[in-house]
Design a protein around this ligand. Structure first.
Ligand code: MG
Ligand code: MG
Length: 265
């Protein structure tokens, strides 16, 4: 069942998502060639706890870390490790926190300076697709309208592959609630959007084929063809007048303007 949120609950969800956003902004400044995912993960955990939150992913179904760090062909759910970033990497960073009983959830993909224009284009398209999906978050529309907008832009207008196995989701007192929010689908289909719904929209888009597989670590999802994949995510409330984006990528975007090792896409 879908849990509808009161205005007060939406404000609590905003606070959770702002802490996620500030955490992502903070780690944006730490992404440097030679730094390891583990180092970034520890910094994120410390930041979240210093601000009164609890890492939302750590321990979730046994996930061992605060962040999901997925590099290059990894799509999502990568486990931070001792790999040191290179100037050719892209890194998707997904962060969740629990604060005041509610979860925040948001993700962003970062590109180091030697990443090619084909991958930077994939990033721009995926990011734009996220906002095209968000624009459909008005009462009276259906989940399928969000799904269709994302799929149309990424697969029809650009020939990228949209991951089918993983989808966006409702978010609230639980990290994953109903409804599912697929990044593919048909206009006018699926659950009706009503004020009080809060959903995480998160296109996962591959440069090549849409097919993915899971690594033996039981978590990391990776493209089958080994080509790069990109992930952007916002948590969004449906309000009587339209959408209300609860997470805020401006913390990241302002931070990477000052990080010369990361592309400002
Ligand atoms: Mg996420
Ligand atoms: Mg999510």
């Amino acid at each position: 069942m879908i849990f509808f949120k009161t205005d007060e609950e939406i404000e609590l969800l905003r606070q959770s998502n702002i802490l996620v956003s500030k955490t992502l902004g903070y780690i944006s400044g730490l992404l440097k060639v030679g730094v390891t995912g583990k180092k970034i993960d520890s910094a994120a955990e410390e930041f979240i706890r210093d601000h009164g939150g609890i890492p939302g992913f750590k321990g979730y179904k046994g996930f061992p870390a605060t962040l999901c760090l997925s590099k290059n062909a990894e799509v999502v759910h990568g486990i931070p490790d001792e790999y040191a970033f290179t100037e050719s990497d892209i890194i998707s960073v997904d962060c969740g926190v629990l604060l005041n009983g509610f979860y925040g959830d948001s993700a962003y993909t970062f590109a180091f300076k030697n990443v090619g224009s084909d991958v930077l284009d994939l990033m721009k398209v995926t990011k734009k697709a996220l906002y095209l999906g968000i624009e459909k978050c008005v009462p009276g529309n259906r989940i399928g309208d969000i799904s269709f907008a994302i799929q149309q832009f990424c697969e029809k207008e650009h020939s990228y592959g949209i991951v089918r196995e993983l989808v966006g989701h409702g978010v609230g007192r639980n990290l994953h609630e109903e409804p599912d929010v697929p990044n593919f689908g048909s206009k006018g289909k699926g659950p009706l959007l009503k004020p009080g719904m809060v959903i995480a929209i998160e296109p996962m888009v591959n440069l090549g084929d849409k097919k993915v597989r899971q690594l033996n670590d039981g978590w990391t999802i990776i493209t089958r063809d080994g080509r790069p994949s990109v992930h952007f995510e916002h948590s969004v409330a449906i309000r009587p007048n339209g959408y209300d984006i609860l997470s805020d990528h401006s913390y990241i975007e302002n931070s990477i303007k000052n990080n010369i090792e990361i592309h400002d896409i």
